[in-house]
Design a protein around this ligand. Structure first.
Ligand SMILES: CC(C)(COP(=O)(O)OP(=O)(O)OC[C@H]1O[C@@H](n2cnc3c(N)ncnc32)[C@H](O)[C@@H]1OP(=O)(O)O)[C@@H](O)C(=O)NCCC(=O)NCCS
Length: 162
């Protein structure tokens, strides 16, 4: 990401998600955190940003005080005029390959199971008892193990790593 202007990433996210995106629950989950550089990538074509993926340090906190580190995936976004051309899959595959050695927790995300389940192995299987700091559809709260880190299945609040 080093030679990509942060403002170019913001403009792409506005185009893909709309400018009201900061109200989304996903932004509250990782509030105050910086993206994980080893797991955040840009797709560039002819010097222009066409896609972006960012990952964040978050955590699952059980009522008994147990804290399990997790990595939140997303936003994943491809420039609207280039969507459905395989760029999203390339970005996700690149991140997952890096996560196999760099992720310090299992992966979680809020996303469409029709996409992230079908291609990348994310499921709702472990997330039913989780609580998020805002509204969400249970069918879209997804997770998967990576780099030896299992997904915590118990009740717990998902929020910034702190
Ligand atoms: C979701 C997104 C990242 C996918 O990237 P992409 O480059 O457009 O998609 P790809 O070319 O990698 O994948 C295309 C395949 O996934 C399917 N697909 C794409 N988005 C999908 C979705 N939201 N739900 C279900 N299937 C989807 C397509 O039908 C296609 O399937 P096919 O190959 O059988 O035709 C991109 O469309 C995007 O930026 N969307 C807007 C922002 C967004 O919703 N991000 C995800 C939430 S974090």
């Amino acid at each position: 990401m080093s030679d990509i202007e942060p403002s170019a990433v913001e403009a792409l996210l506005d185009a893909a998600f709309g400018t009201d995106r900061f109200e989304r629950t996903a932004y509250r989950i990782r509030k105050g955190m910086n993206a994980v550089p080893a797991l955040s990538f840009a797709a560039v074509e002819a010097d222009a940003l066409i896609g972006t993926i960012q990952c964040w340090p978050v955590a699952h906190r059980a009522a008994d005080g147990a804290v399990t580190p997790l990595v939140m995936v997303g936003p994943v976004a491809v420039r609207p005029d280039l969507q459905r051309g395989g760029h999203g899959r390339v970005l996700m595959a690149h991140m997952l390959a890096a996560a196999e050695t760099a992720a310090d927790g299992a992966l979680m995300m809020i996303g469409d199971p029709e996409y992230y389940g079908r291609f990348f192995g994310f499921t709702v299987d472990a997330t039913g008892a989780w609580g998020l700091p805002g509204p969400y559809e249970k069918r879209r709260l997804l997770a998967r193990a990576v780099n030896g880190h299992m997904v915590p299945t118990g009740a717990g609040k998902i929020g910034p790593r702190l």
